[in-house]
Design a protein around this ligand. Sequence first.
Ligand code: PMP
Length: 392
Amino acid sequence: MKLANRTKKTSNSGLDEIFAASGPGVISFAGGYPDQQLFPKQELEKAFSSSFQSSNSNLLQYNSSLGYLPLRDKLAQRLQDDGIVVNADSIMLTQGAQQGIDLAARLLLDKGDGIVVEAPTYLGALAAFDVYEPTYYEVSMDNDGMNIEALRKVLMSHQVKMIYTVPDFQNPTGTVMSLEKRKALIKLANDYDVVILEDGPYRNLRYKGESLPPIKHFDTQGRVIFLGSFSKILAPGLRLGWLTAGPELFSGLVALKGGSDVESSNLTMASVNVYLEENDLDEHIATVRSTYKRRKDVMIESLQHFLPSGVSYTNPDGGFFLWLTMPAGFDSTEFLKNNLIPNKVSFVPSANLMPSKKLKNAARLSFSNVSEEDIRSGIQTMSQLLSAKLIS
Ligand code: PMP
């Protein structure tokens, strides 16, 4: 069949194989899933049932592309508490942050348009961007966020319309963008008239230290699109996220949402609203955080204990991931296929996490959905295989 040209480039290629190989019996550090044992299933079940019972039929009717107002009101309060000037009418509920990424790309990117991505970056964002056939500019990551000098050089010499960043506990490196870089980034975006897509699904999952203001906090020109999500703090199956942006961008995004899926599920939005009325979300987030923090600590202890010298790793203050860097010349894709998977462990190799695929010697490890016992044993196995490989 003759598919559209725009579907031909897929950053995903190769990864399906990895996930398929991460089946039963495999200790998978590959998937970035939350732990489903932590989903507040009973509370959500109760909220769904009571919103359904108490509703007149409005919830089963079409409503508005912006989404269920009482929930937007609550989110407006939370965003304001987080330093973002917003009201319910400048928030739109989306099907996860993923839809926000897609809508932003659709709004801004014609074929060939320039987009800056962090290298490495979130694979799902590349999968969304690919369809719009942009020109990618990769900016490397330092341990305090993207390399601003490299970004400046790109902006000076190329036409760029959008910068995509995950400033808090970045997927995949786990790094947090420093305050100085947040300010430098918004200044550059203002100077070069570029939109920033700030993706913040891990913002609430901080295990240590104080939160920095979102980049959106420093936005005086309405050029930052900020994305949030219930996926990592409640459950991804809800498919519920939100976005806010300056008026011009926001009205474009709302129109595109209407053309895409009309609106998110009213029943789901209303039920999450009931959940928030009947439960303390921050208390739930604190519980979730303590489990993930423990897993992160176990992974770090295991890496400290077992890893051979020459291999380094980030030690994130939050989120789901850390970044492993092997010596130059190492090929993590080959190592995964030939060594790790046959020994029932997996991770995501660095080459998959950037458009150019040029970084070969690193990998993403996720600790969010692996038991402490499996983390220890998986890291031990991986480290032994790495030692053998690095000696040979
Ligand atoms: N952005 C990032 C950085 C992510 O890691 C993810 C999920 N892994 C998403 C967006 C998509 O999340 P959602 O379930 O909210 O669509």
